[in-house]
Design a protein around this ligand. Structure first.
Ligand code: GLA
Length: 430
């Protein structure tokens, strides 16, 4: 068990010192949007699967739905194309080109369409000879390709790392970033470089990552299951001492896409992923069929208070501070900050997938909170259930967490004592 007080102190220290990030002025909060891969993979057979194949129709429809279903208003503003958009060969003059059957109007037209909806446009490539699915990579064409992206008015580039020399990535990824910058077009730069180095057990230079990329994939691909999601969360917890400090405005660790609205996560598990991703200051990139997301799952994706935690302007990545009796507690320092005391987002995650709701008690003090004046507590997934006010750090917070579910709280630091009923109680039950 990690002591609850030590970790927040460490994080605060890092936040004060700051880590210098890629200076393109972008992604000052974690990017939000929609990315095709997890749900649509490399479906290229448009005759059999007209609504699911990687084609301009798919992305135009995603753009339409982001707006009409309220996702854009909630902050999800990037439409990002993943692998399998390319033709198998470059054009006669050496440029990248889209598959002409599936993207008959070309990428610039698609980018224009996405922009016409008030959204931003992202595109996938690979720093290698081929993309992971075997389409042409950028290696040997870096400058041309960066220029092409700028001509197509791309706003976000996801650069994968298949078919390349992992040891040369430390040089290659920053170089490609320079080519992007040289175009003069601001483009969010998403790097997959550490995921490939992590796989090989290499020592990774995260300071360089934060300097050259806006976000980076640290680890394995996510799949549509609780096991996959929790495996990634566990790995982030395992590595938090090394990774968390490199996150900040303009540069983020990326645990991969949100699964919410697909087949693998239950309602409670979806709330859990959203809460952990908010704590981790993770990019919120949905990968689902936007027309089929059931209302209760859409409500999770569009939960304003949870998004507010994710998008907190301090940009401090949270950590797992306790792992106890099947309950994981994750905390993240957030605004407001008063007299040097942070507010916190706190997620109690029940790792058990069966059994009854599990009760857990902890004092604010043991959570690492320090303000003696008091805090107000808000349940982010049950906002009607009131706001609790505490005057002492000794009050017990009692939660009951549903199997594989979460209780997600915002604990705001207060500047004066509160005088509500809850202050008289020895505990608060949430
Ligand atoms: C890798 C990446 C995925 C996806 C696929 C595409 O596995 O990690 O996110 O982009 O390639 O082939």
């Amino acid at each position: 068990m990690i002591h609850g007080i030590l970790l927040p102190c460490l994080i605060v220290l890092v936040a004060v010192q700051g880590i210098r990030g890629l200076n393109n002025g972008l992604a000052l909060t974690p990017p939000m949007g929609w990315l095709a891969w997890q749900r649509y993979r490399c479906i290229t057979d448009c005759e059999t699967y007209p609504d699911e194949c990687v084609s301009e129709q798919l992305f135009m429809k995603a753009a339409d739905l982001l707006v009409s279903e309220g996702y854009a208003a909630a902050g999800y503003n990037y439409v990002i194309v993943d692998d399998c958009w390319l033709a198998k060969t470059r054009s006669a003059d050496g440029k990248l080109q889209a598959d002409e059957k599936r993207f008959p109007n070309g990428i610039k037209a698609l980018s224009d369409y996405v922009h016409s909806k008030g959204l931003k446009f992202g595109l996938y490539e690979d720093w290698g000879n081929k993309t992971c699915a075997g389409y042409p990579g950028v290696l040997g064409h870096e400058e041309t390709d960066a220029k092409t992206f700028a001509e197509w008015e791309v706003d976000y580039v996801k650069l994968d790392g298949c078919y390349s020399n992992v040891r040369l990535m430390d040089k290659g990824y920053p170089e490609f970033g320079k080519h992007l910058n040289n175009t003069g077009r601001p483009m969010v730069y998403s790097c997959s470089w550490p995921a490939y180095q992590e796989e090989k057990g290499m020592l990774i230079n995260y300071a360089s990552m934060a300097k050259h990329c806006n976000l980076w994939r640290n680890y394995d691909d996510i799949d549509d299951s609780w096991d996959s999601m929790i495996k990634i969360a566990d790995y982030f917890a395992l590595k938090q001492e090394f990774w968390a400090k490199f996150a900040g405005p303009g540069h983020w660790n990326d645990p991969d896409m949100l699964l919410i609205g697909n087949f693998g996560l239950s309602y409670e598990q979806s709330k859990t992923q959203m809460a952990i991703w908010a704590i981790l200051a993770a990019p919120l990139l949905m990968s689902n069929k936007l027309s089929d997301v059931r209302p209760e799952f859409k409500a999770i994706l569009q939960n304003k208070e949870v998004i507010k935690v994710n998008q907190d302007r301090l940009g401090i990545q949270g950590t797992r501070v306790f792992k106890d009796k099947g309950i994981d507690i994750w905390t993240r320092p957030i605004e407001p900050v008063r007299n040097g005391h942070f507010s916190y987002a706190v997620a109690f995650v029940n790792r058990r997938v069966d059994g009854a709701p599990y009760a857990y008690n902890i004092t604010l003090q043991d959570l690492g909170l320090t303000n003696n004046e008091g805090y107000t507590i808000q349940n982010l997934y049950d906002q009607e259930n009131g706001l609790f006010c505490f005057n002492t750090l000794k009050t017990l917070v009692k939660v009951r967490v549903i199997p594989s579910g979460v209780v997600f709280l915002r604990i705001n630091v207060e500047s004066s004592k509160c005088d509500q009923d809850t202050t008289k109680k020895k505990y608060v039950f949430i």
